[in-house]
Design a protein around this ligand. Sequence first.
Ligand SMILES: [Zn+2]
Length: 62
Amino acid sequence: MPDRRTRTDQVSDAIARLTGRRTLRCPAPGCTFRIRYRAVTPDEARRLAALAHDHTHHGTKK
Ligand SMILES: [Zn+2]
């Protein structure tokens, strides 16, 4: 197996590259919080990135 991602993930990543869609992931270990967006303004993208990186807002269990 080349990697652990499913074919569906690879396809959606390829589509995301074509459409400019982005996925932001939380950097906290074990946190699966993600934001997907596309065609947003730079300001909105910055706001979403800040939200994705602010783990205190995700409230996931340890
Ligand atoms: Zn998080």
